[in-house]
Design a binder for this molecule. Structure first.
Ligand code: IMP
Length: 185
């Protein structure tokens, strides 16, 4: 039987514990070590995609042993609940100069890949020396390789998840574990 800690209710839906904070910590540590080794002491600019990537970003950058800078963008995809419209508006919060820089975009989740594709097109125009994506979650069956994700924490099935920055209509971002949509019988 499941304890109350394993099932939670947000708005009109129930969610079940899916990935624990320990598993997330291990994945973030692995990605941090991989990035540290790949960039071989070069300076990196992390572009954090608000709001969902905030927890991933704050944990990941502490696992990266490189000189690094932080920039923030917001990618709003004009959708509510569990569906995005596919149209993305990218907003800057800082005066970014990415010219000649090694840039890594930090995303919470790549679902259809449309958001990250439009972010990449936007950042490409700033002529970075290199541009890569780190995402904590990837739904490979949905995005079907339309975008290359260089650093991936977890590949997951195409179901809706919340927690560790990810929301359902703005709730659930503060959860330390990740929960998956659970239809009650
Ligand atoms: P895209 O379909 O790859 O463009 O994803 C668009 C955005 O939808 C992501 O950046 C997330 O903010 C959100 N999203 C996609 N899948 C999920 C999910 O399972 N839970 C919460 N948000 C999601």
């Amino acid at each position: 039987m499941m304890s109350n800690n394993d099932i939670l209710e947000l708005h009109d839906k129930h969610f079940k514990k899916f990935i624990t904070r320990e598993q997330i910590h291990d994945a973030v540590k692995r990605l941090g070590a991989q990035i540290t080794s790949d960039y071989n002491a070069s300076e990196v600019v992390f572009v954090v995609v608000l709001k969902g990537s905030i927890l991933f970003a704050t944990d990941l950058i502490r696992e990266v042993n490189l000189p690094c800078r932080l920039e923030f963008i917001r990618a709003e995809s004009y959708g509510t609940g569990m569906h995005s419209s596919g149209k993305v508006n990218v907003t800057h919060y800082t005066g970014m100069d990415l010219t000649g820089k090694h840039v890594i975009v930090l995303e919470d989740i790549v679902d259809t890949g449309l958001t990250v594709k439009q972010i990449l097109a936007h950042l490409e125009e700033m002529n970075p020396a290199s541009l890569k994506i780190a995402t904590l979650f990837l739904k490979p069956e949905v995005c079907k390789g339309t975008v290359s994700t260089h650093y991936v924490g977890f590949e997951i099935s195409p179901l809706f998840i919340v927690g560790y920055g990810l929301d359902y209509n703005e709730l659930g971002r503060n959860l330390a574990d990740v929960y998956i949509l659970h239809e009650t019988p």
